[in-house]
Ligand binder design. Structure first.
Ligand SMILES: Nc1ncnc2c1ncn2[C@@H]1O[C@H](COP(=O)(O)OP(=O)(O)OP(=O)(O)O)[C@@H](O)[C@H]1O
Length: 244
């Protein structure tokens, strides 16, 4: 199993936000993490990235926890945040080189990936630019490129489509599909259910820090007795059930 979250409880200081959640992502899977504002999606992501201490339970990437071997754990996971975080004093190429070095990607592979992915996301021209002159979408693409350059097995993606133009969204989805074929796994948090429904293999619906439902669209339809319904309808039914 690529990512295993087992019986995780966590949150901020004394505030527990996540209650005994279990999540698994296999090689070759794109899993959608969905839920209302404040459900705990970002908190789950922060725990996977090792940015918050776990209260109980464990998180394993390829069987390794952060406390077992921090370096191995961190190298296996890359993150595309919702809010771009870029260094004003570094060009896009320098960002990508820095990421490659941090993940011990050899020079040749890094160069190939930079060329390949910047071309696909139409960012080749911007390689020597500084982030201060990037548009919002360019900043988002820069974050996506930083994650893709690492070649990590597990990609954690927070609302990747916001701010991207339709061509970039389509290309990103194509890239996700190729990564899956290569045996990588992706956990993607999103509110854009229509796109999620078309591209995710499975869904995890978080509600109030608990897992309210999970499965493929088909499994969820059966579970909520909603034949032919969209993920939107299933989502509403699941929230209604969870709120009793
Ligand atoms: N830094 C923080 N300190 C304390 N509580 C926080 C902090 N960040 C988030 N929370 C709380 O944790 C809970 C879950 O928030 P989280 O950001 O994980 O939700 P989310 O599902 O990502 O929501 P959204 O869809 O709005 O991004 C909320 O009750 C929120 O108020």
């Amino acid at each position: 199993m690529l990512l295993e979250i087992k019986d995780l409880s966590g949150g901020y200081g004394s505030k527990t936000v996540l209650h005994h959640i279990d999540i698994a992502v296999k090689q070759g899977e794109l899993v959608g993490l969905i839920g209302l504002n404040g459900a705990g999606k970002s908190t789950t992501i922060k725990h996977i990235l090792g940015l918050l201490p776990i209260k109980s339970g464990e998180i394993l990437i390829n069987g390794v926890s952060l406390s077992d071997d921090e370096q191995t754990y961190r190298k296996q996971v890359a993150y595309i945040p919702e809010q771009p975080m870029l260094y004003e004093q570094l060009t896009l190429r320098e960002h990508l080189r820095l990421m490659a070095q941090g993940y011990a990607v050899d020079e040749k592979t890094a160069q190939e990936r930079i060329e390949h992915y910047t071309k696909r996301l139409r960012m080749t021209k911007q390689l020597e630019w500084f982030p201060s002159v990037f548009s919002k979408g360019m900043k988002q693409k820069a974050m996506i490129l930083c994650a893709l350059i690492t070649g990590s097995e597990l990609l954690i993606v927070d609302e990747p489509f916001v701010g991207l133009d339709p061509l970039a969204i389509r290309e990103l989805l194509n890239i996700f599909s190729e990564l899956k074929t290569d045996g990588k796994g992706i956990l993607m948090s999103t509110h854009i259910l229509e796109t999620a429904e078309r591209h995710c293999n499975r869904f995890i619906l978080l509600h109030d820090g608990h897992i309210a439902a999970e499965g493929t669209t088909e499994e969820l339809r059966k579970r909520f007795d909603l034949t032919d319904s969209s993920l939107d309808d299933i989502y509403v039914a699941a929230i209604e059930e969870a709120e009793g």
